[in-house]
Design a protein around this ligand. Structure first.
Ligand code: NAD
Length: 556
């Protein structure tokens, strides 16, 4: 073989540089006094915070460091007769500069796990953590700023306006984890138009709020000019301090600014319903994937590839053929033991048979008391609800007339401390609010069926969930579940643990997202697979070249 035919052996990025960045990130994670930040943002129990965020991240770094050499090696593939003689390989190369936008519920894990994959694959990253976990966001900015090479990883903090500005830039990939529903604010329908107010609960705590408007015809023609007039803001900045969205609406519509006791987060809900009634404005929650669609639309302008890690309603089917106590404990761990239900793969609702539901409820009640005592609102082992907006959102699901009288356990709330107790509801109707939105909180409705296999139809008639769970020892049922139920991931006889297996891809399907990550899948998601075919000058067949004589045609 002539020297010109020799192939390069290494991948086309500097694996050593990538390894040392991941090593630095691992050290940075170790340095984090992060549990304090997680306690400030979410009152996360220390053990839970450590296991589900810090330990997960460290093991993700270690797994990546162990495997990276193997992942980055070009993959030799077969060739076809058409290209004979030749050889071929797939060479991974970095995409370039990627934007990672993350969510608040696991604010370290969801921010840094994609970053590990992105830098391991040789990319530079801009990370935008969630403003709804502000202590964690600022710790990430501080520590990554201090310890990581800023040409490789940069943190930009901010809320909707800052994220919108980032989304206007051209990126080589956008990786977004989030919504969901109205997580950052409320959505108001006004007559035939639409005004969406996003208020930042983090700044709402001290009475001031950032407000941004996502426009519609109504906004452009009616509201926005008045916003400018009233607050003398600059168009494009789209932000005002000091008012909640309700107060702003009131001003816009020439109402008196509401008394200050309504400006705090507790008053917000009542005021909302008051205004809603007076002005015929209907508060409602933003549909699943709303922000995901905003991200996708922004990416389309630059033809940027996108990974969307969204949410959904993760169902748990419970058969009677089980170890009841272990099932109850695992459901509790996978619901209330995961950020008090504020987790994308937490149990959203249970489907079981009418006959078995009372037994399951009894077991759940017994184990719940063992775990969190008789006064769960003061338990140190339960996270609080992240913000007043979310507290109002979960309360609204519970106050829905359609679920009146359905609570069989819990239901207690502490608005001052943003705590809601583990709450179980039985036989909620299909058309109630909580069965039509991702619950993302400590409510666990139980739907009953006559025959457990009916649950497959119930699940498949809804949007595809991020995860679906089944508890059973019945082999046939397990097989039917795997064959018939579509979800980002399936797990049998536990909740959420599939996330901890780095050999499995983690991601959604349909409304629960697109693309996946974790382990090798993270590396792949931030890599371009470059197809390379090597030919030598030998074996040059003249048949492919003109003139196309009858003799050459006969070869076909
Ligand atoms: P979110 O969409 O409100 O916020 C996520 C990020 O998007 C934040 O950084 C925020 O600043 C930004 N953002 C919010 N509104 C925006 C807008 N209008 N324009 C541009 N950027 C905007 O989501 P969240 O409340 O932080 O997260 C909760 C949701 O995320 C739930 O639905 C949950 O199921 C889902 N989730 C999914 C996963 C997963 O891995 N699939 C993990 C955690 C959470």
């Amino acid at each position: 073989m002539a020297s010109e035919d020799k192939k390069p052996k290494a991948a086309c990025f500097d694996g050593e540089a990538a390894r040392s960045l991941v090593t630095e990130l691992r050290k940075t994670i170790t340095r984090m006094t992060s549990i304090e930040a997680l306690r400030t943002d979410l009152s996360k129990p220390v053990l839970e915070a450590f296991v589900s965020e810090i330990a997960m991240l460290k093991s993700s770094c270690e797994f990546t460091l162990k495997q990276l050499k193997r992942w980055m090696v070009p993959e030799k593939v077969k060739t076809s007769i058409t290209t004979f003689p030749s050889s071929a390989e797939i060479v991974p190369e970095p995409l370039g500069v990627v934007l990672v936008i993350s969510a608040w519920n696991y604010p370290f894990l969801l921010s840094l796990d994609p970053v590990i994959g992105a830098i391991a694959a040789g990319n530079a990253v801009v990370l935008k953590p969630s403003e709804i976990a502000p202590a964690t966001s600022s710790l990430l900015a501080k520590l990554l700023g201090e310890y990581m090479d800023s040409s490789a990883v940069k943190v930009i903090e901010g809320a909707v306006p800052e994220t919108s500005a980032l989304l206007e830039q051209k990126w080589d990939k956008i990786f977004y984890t989030g919504c969901g529903f109205s997580t950052s604010g409320c959505h108001y329908e006004v007559g035939d138009g639409q005004l969406m107010c996003q208020s930042s609960p983090s700044s709402g705590v001290d009475g001031s709020r950032k407000i941004s408007f996502v426009g519609s015809k109504l906004e452009r023609e009616f509201f926005w000019p008045r916003v400018l007039e009233t607050f003398n803001t600059v168009d494009g900045d789209r932000e005002e301090e000091g008012f909640g969205c309700i107060e702003l609406l009131a001003v816009l519509l020439n109402w008196l600014v509401l008394p200050s006791e309504h400006a705090g987060h507790e008053g917000g809900c009542e005021v909302k319903s008051h205004i809603a009634w007076e002005l015929n404005i209907k508060p409602c929650f933003v549909g699943n994937g709303k922000v995901g669609r905003i991200v996708l639309a922004a990416a389309a302008k630059h033809l940027t590839p996108v990974g969307l890690e969204l949410g959904g309603k993760c169902p748990v089917i419970v058969d009677s053929n089980i170890n009841l106590i272990v099932t109850a404990r695992r459901i509790i761990a996978g619901k209330w033991g995961m950020n008090n239900g504020q987790a994308c793969i937490s149990a959203d609702h249970i489907i079981t048979t009418k006959d078995f539901a009372p037994k399951l409820i009894d077991a759940l009640k017994v184990e719940l008391v063992k775990f969190y005592g008789n006064e769960p609102l003061v338990s140190e082992d339960l996270s609080r609800i992240v913000s007043s907006n979310h507290f109002a959102r979960v309360t609204k699901l519970l106050d829905d007339d359609k679920v009146a009288g359905k609570i069989v356990h819990g239901g207690q709330k502490d608005q001052n401390n943003l705590k809601i107790a583990p709450t179980i509801l039985l036989d909620v109707p299909e058309d109630c609010l909580m069965m039509n939105e991702e619950i993302f909180g400590p409510l666990l409705p139980i739907v009953t069926v006559n025959n457990l296999e009916d649950s497959f139809n119930i699940i498949n008639s809804r949007e595809k969930p991020l995860a679906a769970y089944l508890f059973t020892t019945n082999k046939r049922l397990k097989e039917a579940f795997v064959k018939n139920v579509t979800a980002g991931g399936l797990l049998i006889n536990d909740i959420a643990l599939h996330i901890a297996n780095p050999y499995l891809p983690f991601g959604g399907v349909g409304e629960s997202g697109m693309g996946s990550y974790h382990g090798r899948f993270s590396f792949d998601t931030f890599t371009h697979k470059k197809a390379v075919l090597y030919r030598s000058f030998a074996g040059d067949a003249s048949a492919r070249y003109p003139p196309y004589t009858p003799g050459k045609l006969k070869l076909l």
